[in-house]
Design a protein around this ligand. Structure first.
Ligand code: ADP
Ligand code: MG
Length: 258
């Protein structure tokens, strides 16, 4: 279980996260949404220990992550950033193998367990035919799948994904949503996902946290919180929220503006 208590963070005196309190259960899929600049990426970077909170604590199964080294955190929390650096001259297999780096103790040596997890991640993400391809010779979508496979090979309880579907076509966007749900069911991993598309977020998430200006504007189940009023307040858009009987979730559509 991941707990955020009274978390605040500033960049050069500009307060970007303001006294956040969040509880994420084991095996939960949490969608983190909100307008650009609301602090979503900053929050994920704090959760992963890349940024040190100005105030507050982040507890993983009751243990404060502050003071833990990067390798310890990386064995528990995997993080896929929003803007992935272009890694050159490395194959898909090598990238996915990098997911095992938090477990290396003496130099670089992949043991049987490492190789088993790498192979599992390759198959899980359907990358076997591409495993020896250099990363720069993949399409944007294929490369994104390779990064996700790297994160899976990292074998952590918690996975943080910052806008993971931005570069995927709709088939792979939906497929990634299914993969996330499947990984959660099979391995009880916890996911925190930054997603822009509210409808897609509602396809996958158990619960939402809506951020604006570094504050939590709403949190809870989509049915309870995603309302016309909230969307106007947070995004300044006019939307209708439909709860169609044959959908197991609401959908939002633009309201006609006359
Ligand atoms: P989001 O991911 O929701 O779009 P961010 O967490 O990236 O939001 O940014 C939150 C705020 O912090 C924005 O106002 C942004 O300009 C600012 N910010 C983000 N990164 C930095 C940085 N490295 N230095 C200074 N300000 C930053
Ligand atoms: Mg961001």
């Amino acid at each position: 279980m991941l707990q955020v208590r009274n978390l605040s963070f500033s960049y050069n005196k500009q307060r970007v996260l303001k006294d956040l309190n969040i509880l994420v259960d084991k095996g939960e899929i949490l969608a983190l949404v909100g307008p650009n600049g609301s602090g979503k990426s900053t929050l994920l970077r704090c959760l992963n220990g890349i940024l040190r909170p100005e105030q507050g604590r982040i507890l993983l199964d009751g243990q404060d992550i502050q003071g833990r080294n990067r390798k310890w955190i990386a064995r528990h929390i995997a993080f896929l950033p929003q803007n992935l650096e272009m890694v050159q001259h490395i194959s898909v297999y090598e990238l996915i193998a990098m997911g095992r780096s938090p477990y290396q103790t003496m130099g670089w040596f992949l043991n049987k367990e490492d190789r088993k997890l790498i192979d599992w991640a390759i198959d899980y993400m359907n990358l076997r035919p591409l495993q020896y391809r250099p990363l720069q010779k993949l399409s944007g979508g294929e490369r994104q799948r390779a990064w996700i496979a790297m994160i899976l090979a990292q074998d952590t309880k918690i996975v943080l994904l910052d806008e993971p579907i931005t570069y995927l076509d709709i088939k792979y966007q939906w497929s990634l949503m299914e993969i996330i749900k499947q990984v959660r069911c099979q391995y009880n991993k916890t996911f925190i996902l930054v997603l822009h598309d509210i409808n897609q977020a509602m396809m996958v998430a158990d619960r939402f946290i809506v951020l604006k200006d570094g504050c939590i504007r709403a949190h809870g189940h989509a049915r309870d919180i995603i309302t016309t009023h909230l969307l106007k307040d947070v995004y300044d858009i006019y939307a209708r929220v439909y709860d169609l009987n044959h959908f197991s979730r609401p959908i939002i559509v633009p309201a006609e503006i006359s």
